[in-house]
Design a binder for this molecule. Structure first.
Ligand SMILES: C[S@@+](CC[C@H](N)C(=O)[O-])C[C@H]1O[C@@H](n2cnc3c(N)ncnc32)[C@H](O)[C@@H]1O
Length: 238
């Protein structure tokens, strides 16, 4: 059997949000390769005496993935854990892993996204909202247009902002989003908003207000934002 890779979502931070399917994959793996925050989320599942646990950064990851792939024997497994759901806002890395390991050797195991937890806390269902991530390295102009279109048409939006402290022109955090919406003609004093930081961890915070409040306000990189235009509608109305 070829070298197998599990690409696993491990939830937004609390071990309580790590699924049994994710735990199974991790326990089966000789190698576990991940970012510091993600590895901390699954620390209680790891057995460092038997597994090789490798911490990577954006800069070092490619070399490590290739090195592990080269070292793995047939029948060995590797897990690359991702924060939240691996199918949301992770494709730049997942696509590279598919390239290195080959599609047929990769099993993708979904997790609970920070977006889902933000939806639950704000009571804005994901099916009534535009779900968008700005946390990408690629161009975000089309995403900004989609955001504006959604807000204009009265939809809610659940989004991940883009922290880019080394190049502020690429930064698209809550304050930038508020200014962008105002400059695009939206009445940001009438738009309800939630910002959640450090979801599911003991540092979790909730900000609730209007979009204009966000101007000049700083939030953690680890934050999700909800523009709440939801209209509740029960089955009694149909
Ligand atoms: C590369 S994206 C990964 C998203 C992840 N795959 C998910 O489904 O939540 C990283 C961003 O996810 C958001 N995020 C991840 N964990 C979070 C948490 N515990 N609380 C708030 N936002 C979180 C933040 O916006 C963070 O900058």
């Amino acid at each position: 059997m070829p070298r197998r890779l599990f690409v696993v979502g491990v939830g937004p931070g609390s071990p309580l949000y790590v699924t049994e399917a994710a735990k199974d994959a991790i326990r089966k793996s000789k190698y576990v390769v991940g970012y510091k925050y993600t590895l901390a989320t699954i620390e209680s599942v790891l057995d460092r005496s038997k597994q090789q646990v490798l911490e990577v950064t954006m800069g070092s990851q490619d070399e490590v993935y290739q090195d592990v792939y080269g070292r793995m024997k047939d029948d060995e497994y590797c897990t690359v854990p991702f924060t939240g759901d691996v199918n949301f806002s992770e494709s730049e890395v997942v696509d590279r892993l598919l390239e290195i390991f080959g599609d047929d050797n990769v099993l993708i195991i979904p997790g609970i996204s920070s977006i889902q937890v933000a939806a639950a806390k704000s009571r804005v269902p994901t099916d009534k909202a535009l779900i968008v991530t700005f946390h990408v390295t690629g161009d975000i102009e089309q995403k900004k247009k989609d955001l504006l279109e959604a807000v204009k048409s009265g939809r809610s939006v659940i989004l991940l902002p883009r922290p880019w402290p080394r190049d502020l022109s690429k930064h698209f955090m809550q304050s930038d989003i508020a200014k962008f919406l105002k400059a695009s003609g939206m009445d940001t004093q009438k738009l309800k908003v939630w910002v959640f930081e450090h979801l599911t961890t003991d540092k979790e915070t909730t900000f609730r207000g209007i979009v204009s409040d966000l101007e000049g306000r700083e939030f953690s990189d680890l934050s999700a934002m909800v523009i709440d235009q939801v209209k509740r509608q029960t089955y009694l109305e149909f």
